[in-house]
Design a protein around this ligand. Structure first.
Ligand SMILES: [Zn+2]
Length: 427
């Protein structure tokens, strides 16, 4: 094995460049929704990478959900070919950020540096990771201009709203496929010493119970959809939650509480619609003729999605059997299968070895409780050799005063560069 020193040194020598690039990216307010400045950030990245020999393509997800003339969904794919045939290592980062929210003490789009941190919306999720992967690739190419295979860097849209105008579109159009990409690293903020192998599954559904409207002074003339929903909630509380608590997973999900099946009731709406806050009158007395809840069920790799759905329909049928007038509709909203890379997959082994060489410790292997773009790379792109690995502290994502540590970016850029050396150089 060649010595790691030249590559590590090439990264530390680029510390100022790494900070400046992170700041440049934070200063482009790529807010999603609605999806602002996507073309701007892709153009900035193209202007940096193309002169260094990357072939850059700006790809608009025409016709994807949320794509419009006002807010086009732009993506960048940049590819650098080594001198000889070999495998392709792809770094995929989303370039969109979530809304700013309240409570900031720094400019969310200022990229301020203090105490070894870069601040701003998207600093940790995930412009710091994007910048680290670019610096890693640049340092690797400068240090080892003769390598086999290719390096790709993509900056993609809409991860925060499902990834359909980003990675899903690119995968559907062949950009992520085993024919052109062999290893995928997603620099999401999972901490520099952790490898995220995948995520749990998701199923969202809306349930509506039916009733019959009547005057509130004579409820016996109607049929309350809210009382019917109460029976559904009672069944969820007394039967389903205890059942879900027994379903444990072998997936190393963090935090620990998510190492089982979970269910959240996102919302409940029943009866008369809520009035505007400036309405000063009283509500009308009516029996509720409908009530709706939205369920967010997170499931495990050991569970089958058809069984997850059947749990809910059989629960509703049980309620129906005990309530003569009970009627319901169920509307499925969204589903994602769980995904988990094999711990022995080549990219996992390579990143793990690089973490040991940079940080002198074994990595932790984790699984995310929620999903991210790996779902599309796995399902549509058919690429199982995919992980999330990047700098930043996950808990800071989507928070006020979000930041990424400069030392953490340096360390993870070193891990990424050593991984490139491991996968693309002959030993
Ligand atoms: Zn993210």
């Amino acid at each position: 094995m060649q010595t790691d020193t030249p590559l590590k040194t090439a990264i530390t020598a680029r510390r100022d460049a790494l900070v400046a690039l992170t700041q440049d990216l934070i200063r482009i307010p790529t807010l999603n929704p609605p999806g602002r400045h996507y073309h701007d950030i892709c153009a900035v990245l193209e202007a940096r990478l193309a002169p260094q020999g990357f072939t850059c393509e700006l790809v608009r997800a025409k016709g994807a959900a949320a794509d419009s003339e006002a807010f086009p969904r732009w993506n960048l794919v940049a590819r650098y070919e080594g001198g000889r045939p070999g495998e392709c290592v792809h770094f995929n980062s989303h370039h969109d950020v979530v809304e700013v929210g309240h409570g900031w003490t720094t400019d969310p789009f200022g990229g301020e540096v203090k105490q070894g941190r870069v601040y701003g919306r998207g600093a940790c999720d995930m412009k710091g990771g994007l910048a680290a992967s670019i610096i890693a690739a640049e340092a690797f190419i400068a240090t080892h201009p003769e390598f086999a295979g290719a390096i790709e860097i993509s900056a993609t849209a809409d991860e925060e709203s499902g990834g359909f105008g980003g990675v899903a579109y690119l995968a559907e159009n062949g950009w992520f496929s085993p024919e052109r990409v062999q290893h995928v690293i997603i620099p999401e903020p999972l901490n520099k010493d952790r490898i995220c192998l995948g995520h749990r599954g998701v199923w969202w559904a809306e349930i509506e119970t039916k009733g019959r409207i009547a005057h509130g002074s004579m409820p016996f003339l109607g049929d309350s959809a809210i009382r019917h929903m109460g029976a559904v909630l009672h069944e969820i509380e007394t039967v389903l939650y205890p059942l879900l608590a027994t379903k444990r997973t072998e997936m190393p999900v963090v935090p620990e509480g998510a190492r089982q099946s979970t269910l959240n009731i996102n919302s409940i709406h029943g009866g008369e619609a809520e009035q505007d806050p400036d309405y000063t009158g009283l509500p009308a007395p009516c029996v509720a003729d409908r009530c709706r809840i939205v369920l967010d069920r997170r499931f495990l790799i050991e569970e089958d999605i058809t069984e997850v759905k059947a749990e809910i329909t059989s629960l509703l049928e049980r309620v129906k059997a005990s309530r003569p007038s009970f009627e319901y509709d169920i509307r499925e909203l969204f589903e994602v299968q769980p995904t988990m890379a094999d711990k022995d997959a080549p990219v996992v082994r390579s990143v793990a070895a690089s973490i040991e060489r940079v940080l002198a410790r074994q990595p932790d292997y984790v699984v995310s409780p929620g999903t991210y773009d790996q779902k599309h790379i796995d399902r549509i792109g058919r690429l199982k050799n995919c992980i999330a690995y990047g700098p930043g502290i996950l808990d800071l994502a989507h928070q006020p005063d979000e930041w990424v540590g400069i030392d953490d970016m340096i360390d993870s850029a070193q891990v990424m560069a050593l991984t490139l050396a491991d996968l693309l150089l002959e030993h």
